[in-house]
Each structure stands twice: as C-alpha cells, then as structure tokens.
Design a protein. Structure first.
Ligand code: WQD
Length: 320
C-alpha cells in the first residue's frame, strides 16, 4: 500500500515510515517540521504543511491524487500532557482541526484506510491497575480529550461514508530503533532524565506520595520499534473484511514506576546521578498500564522489548 504518514518526520513517525518501507509498503511523509526533522526521512518524500491550517484540506486532496495514496497513518499532534493543561485552546485547535481537515480531504479523494494515533491519556485516571479498551474513558487533561474526540470522529466517518479505521491507544513510547532516530524532544520522562544527567542536574520525580508500590507514578513504557510494528499489524487488519474492533491498546501490559525507570537508567549507564522528589504534576494519574489481550489476540501483535531494552536503546542513540 502507499501510505501517507502525518507527523512522518517526527520521532515516532520516522520509525513508522521505516517500518512501512521495510515491510514493502511505500510511504509519503507529511509534517510541518515544528518538531520533526527532514533528515530522519532519507529519500521518503515530504509534504510540509500545518495540518490544522486553512489551506491543508485542498493541499491534501491534491497530494492524495498526486501520490496515489491508499491510506493514512495520522500521528501529527501536540502531545504534552502538561502543556495541554496550561493551553487547552491550542490543543483543541491543533489536534482537532487537523483531524477534521484530514477526514474532509480523505472523503473527497476516496482514501478509505486510516490508522489513528490515539493515546492512553483517553482513560484519564482509571480505578484499575490495567485498563482495557472498553473502560469508560474520562480524560483528565485536554490532550487526552483531543485523542478521545479524534476516535469519535473516526467512528462517525466510518458510519457516514465507510472509512475503514483503527485507533491505536499508545501508552508511554520511548527508546530508539535506529541510532539517528532518538527522541530528541525533551518532553517525556526518559529523554528528560537523560538530559538532566547530561547537564548534571537532578532528575525530578513528580510526586513520591502516590498510592503505588514505591509512591511514584506507574506507566506502561513501550519501545518505539514495537509501536511502529503495531501500525503494520493495524494496516493488515484494515484489509480484512470483518473487523470486530476499531480501538486497540498498544503497551506491554507491564507497569513501571518512575523510580524503577530511574533505577534502570542507573543500571544501564553505570554511574550515579542526583534525584529530587518534588510535588505532583497537575493532570497526572497515579497509574496507567495496558490490558493488551485484545491487540494480541486480534492483531497478533505483542511487544518484544522490555524497559531495559528501551532505556538502553535511548542511551546508545543519544550518547554517540
Ligand atoms: C511519565 C511519568 C510523570 C517527567 C505520555 C505522553 C502522552 C501520552 C501518554 C501518547 C509521569 C513522570 C515525568 C519528569 C517525572 N502518550 N515524570 N519527572 O504524562 O505519562 O504522558 O504518555 O499519546 O503523549 O506525554 O508521560 O513522560 O510526561 O511522564 O516524574 O521530569 O513520569 O509524572 O508519571 P505521560 P511523561
């Protein structure tokens, strides 16, 4: 298939592009390069546009025709939980206008396959240790709201004009599948921690009084390479006639606390560094890890990498 990957020059998007090409698909990247880097794309074509802008729809319709696109993997979005709490309007404008423009253009150009990058943030602060897709989603930050609304938009398009769609609820993505594709955005725990160590500043732990085993927040860390492979499995699923589900968790099924991540970093780099236990961060749930039974049984996909692999791959990709 020929796939347009929005956010394709990004950390996750560039891994998805390489996985597509390795699997024999053709890829075209679309990115506004606000965070993405064209250097990550090699000879994959890039369409540079802000998907949330007025001109995006017409440009997309033309791009779909010019490149004979069969499907879209939509990753382009603002994704910082903390930033979304501080600036919700920006998140609604960016993340929802992008989806709207994309669906309008896909309907007009009759592009009928969509894999949507959703998020574990749709769940909010669940009362269960492991959350399954049928959990009653109650996002607690605007970022998570935009992802849940995005899923609803996919479902409505599917009912209205037959769009074949799958939403993947990413848990905490980290690591690097290639030495030139490290997560250089210092926006999530693992890159933030390595950046603090490099600057000889303490790593801040946001809350040590959470109702968890060691008092720090628990998350489900998924290797970006495993995540990219989940998109290939989702594309194959869209080609099937009968599709029972349209939403899948993408995680390992194992929760790791912030302190456990820090301990793993210590083991991987073999040197001491400072850690500060500070106040909780607004918008954080105590624990969030995935029930992965649906994706494993329906798509036949299972994460291959553990937390140590994730931390080590990030370290190797950023220490050269
Ligand atoms: C992880 C944990 C923090 C920084 C992410 C993405 C979001 C979505 C879900 C894909 C939290 C703690 C962090 C620090 C800390 N993914 N932390 N000190 O908030 O779980 O959300 O995954 O859609 O896009 O942002 O990720 O990396 O910000 O935080 O203690 O300096 O680490 O409190 O418990 P989060 P994160």
């Amino acid at each position: 298939m020929k796939i347009l990957v929005t956010g394709g020059a990004g950390y996750i998007g560039s891994h998805v592009v390489r996985a597509l090409v390795s699997a024999g698909h053709q890829a075209v990247a679309l990115d506004d390069l606000s965070n993405g880097k064209q250097s990550r794309l090699g000879d994959t074509p890039l369409i540079q546009v802000d998907l949330a802008s007025e001109k995006a729809t017409a440009l997309l319709v033309q791009a779909f025709k010019d490149h004979s696109i069969d499907g879209v993997i939509h990753l382009a979005a603002r994704k910082s939980v903390g930033e979304s709490v501080a600036n919700p309007e920006y998140y609604y404008q960016q993340n929802l206008n992008s989806v709207t423009n994309l669906l309008v253009a896909m309907r007009e150009a009759k592009v009928m396959n969509m894999v949507f990058s959703s998020s574990a943030a749709t769940y909010g602060s669940p009362e269960v240790a492991q959350v399954a897709e049928d959990y009653n989603c109650q996002p607690i930050n605007p970022y998570g709201e935009t992802k849940l609304i995005g899923e609803w938009m996919m479902s409505s398009a599917s009912k209205a004009w037959g769009l074949k769609t799958v939403s993947l609820r990413y848990f905490n993505v980290a690591g690097a599948g290639f030495s030139d594709l490290a997560d250089t955005g210092v926006a999530n725990l693992i890159p933030i921690a390595f950046n603090a160590i490099a600057n000889e500043e303490p790593i801040q732990v946001f809350g040590s009084d959470w109702p968890t085993e060691d008092g720090s927040c628990v998350r489900d860390y998924i290797h970006v390479q495993d995540l990219a492979d989940a998109h290939l499995a989702a594309l194959d699923y869209l080609a099937q006639e009968n599709r029972e589900y349209s939403v899948f968790n993408v995680g390992t099924g194992t929760g790791s606390s912030v302190l456990a991540v820090i301990d793993t970093i210590h083991k991987v780099i073999g040197k001491d560094f400072a850690v500060d236990l500070v106040d909780r961060r607004p918008g954080d749930p105590a624990a969030l890890s995935a029930d992965v039974s649906r994706i494993e049984s329906t798509l036949g996909w299972k994460a291959k990498h553990n937390l140590q692999d994730i931390v080590k791959s990030h370290y190797l990709a950023t220490s050269n």
